[in-house]
Write a protein that binds this ligand. Structure first.
Ligand SMILES: NC(=O)c1ccc[n+]([C@@H]2O[C@H](COP(=O)([O-])OP(=O)(O)OC[C@H]3O[C@@H](n4cnc5c(N)ncnc54)[C@H](O)[C@@H]3O)[C@@H](O)[C@H]2O)c1
Length: 333
């Protein structure tokens, strides 16, 4: 079955989605809505799309089966609600929306209009994370004791779009944007939601936080520390899992290492990832009824709830317990 796609927002990540669509036989990108005419013309020309400045007009005129929303965070809700009401299935980029209430409105609209909703938590589709999940599930290294994630990257680059640095549009800084990936990765790899949060954030850059030290705990009590910094650091992206019988190290884009005798040995070398294709295949399978969507709206909302708790813990200088809204293991298996 051929499904048509319209993309809303023609910025950095739109290209990844358009290239993934091009590589899949059952999808056909038909239109792009982008308010910046130079970006619109460039991407529409390259991918042979009908270009629109108004996404509502795009949806009404081209009636795509699927809409991919790659807009600034404050526009996710209104675009998702409009698209769902027009009967379009949704791939909504992470973070799902500015807060849990907005997520709830989107979940309701998708259910009411009987459309599939996939939130773009891309970590689920990286082979490194899939392998880490398998090692944990198969108890290859014994019981999981704790997890340490370090993510350093230059967040305040000259080419970062302005809206990312405006909290009214982004909902926050590095925690909202990059922290969402860290929270998603660990929740999903471990297969448990976070239920306890303590955080210390740095607001050395005006307006939004640029770094943070997070101490979280999963539902069964596994401690997780996440260090994130964006003030022009030495780039690093490493997750280490400490077990009773060894350790595992995951570096997205590089590989997976396992240690059983005090020394890491590489067990996977990154070379075969197609995360954006795999994400679209999950959405197509949901639409055609082949298999249910894992990255549901309820799962996307769970990430926003953790992010909200991280901000609250820092502001109130206290540890917060959160009761997650996942139904069973939704999004975690
Ligand atoms: N999955 C990932 O790994 C990943 C990576 C990067 C970004 N993202 C997410 O993707 C989304 C977009 O991020 P980005 O980096 O592409 O940002 P971006 O600023 O490069 O792209 C957003 C685009 O939306 C356009 N836009 C704004 N208002 C519009 C409107 N009303 N109608 C049509 N177009 C409009 C802007 O002109 C801009 O080109 C965010 O949610 C972000 O967090 C996800």
């Amino acid at each position: 079955m051929m499904l048509t796609v319209g993309v809303i927002g023609g910025g950095v990540i739109a290209r990844e989605h358009l290239e993934a669509i091009q590589s899949l036989n059952d999808l056909h990108a038909v239109a792009l809505a982008e308010i910046d005419s130079s970006k619109r013309d460039a991407l529409s020309g390259e991918f042979g799309l009908n270009g629109y400045s108004d996404y509502k007009q795009m949806i009404q005129e081209t009636t795509p089966d699927i809409v991919i929303i790659t807009l600034p965070h404050h526009l996710h809700k209104e675009a998702a609600l409009f698209s769902a009401r027009q009967g379009c299935h949704l791939l909504l980029e992470k973070p799902m929306a500015l807060n849990a209430e907005e997520c709830e409105e989107i979940i309701k609209a998708a259910a009411e209009h009987n459309v599939q909703l996939l939130v773009g938590h891309i970590q689920h589709y990286f082979q490194e994370n899939r392998m880490a999940k398998r090692v944990i599930q198969e108890l290859e290294l014994g019981d999981l004791v704790f997890i340490n994630e370090t993510r350093h990257l230059n967040y305040f680059t000259d080419d970062r779009p302005e809206w990312f640095l405006n909290p009214a549009c982004s909902g926050g800084g590095i925690i909202m944007n990059i922290g969402a990936h860290c929270v998603d990765k660990i929740q999903w790899v471990v297969g448990e939601p976070f239920t306890k949060v303590t955080s210390n954030l740095s607001y050395s850059s005006p307006g939004i936080e640029g770094a943070g030290l997070l101490h979280l705990e999963t539902e069964s009590g596994i401690p997780v520390s996440i260090s994130i910094s964006g003030y022009n650091p030495v780039p690093k992206h490493v997750t280490e899992f400490v077990f009773t019988k060894g350790m595992m190290k995951v570096e997205i884009g590089k590989g997976v290492w396992v240690s059983k005798h005090g020394r890491y040995e590489q067990v996977y070398s990154s070379n075969q990832d197609h995360p954006f294709q795999d994400q679209l295949i999950e959405l197509m399978n949901g639409i055609t009824g082949k298999s249910p969507i894992e990255n549901t709206g309820v799962y996307g909302k769970s990430i926003i709830q953790v992010i909200e708790s991280i901000y609250q813990s820092d502001q109130e200088v206290k540890t917060l317990r959160l009761s997650h809204s996942l139904q069973g293991k939704e999004g975690l298996v």
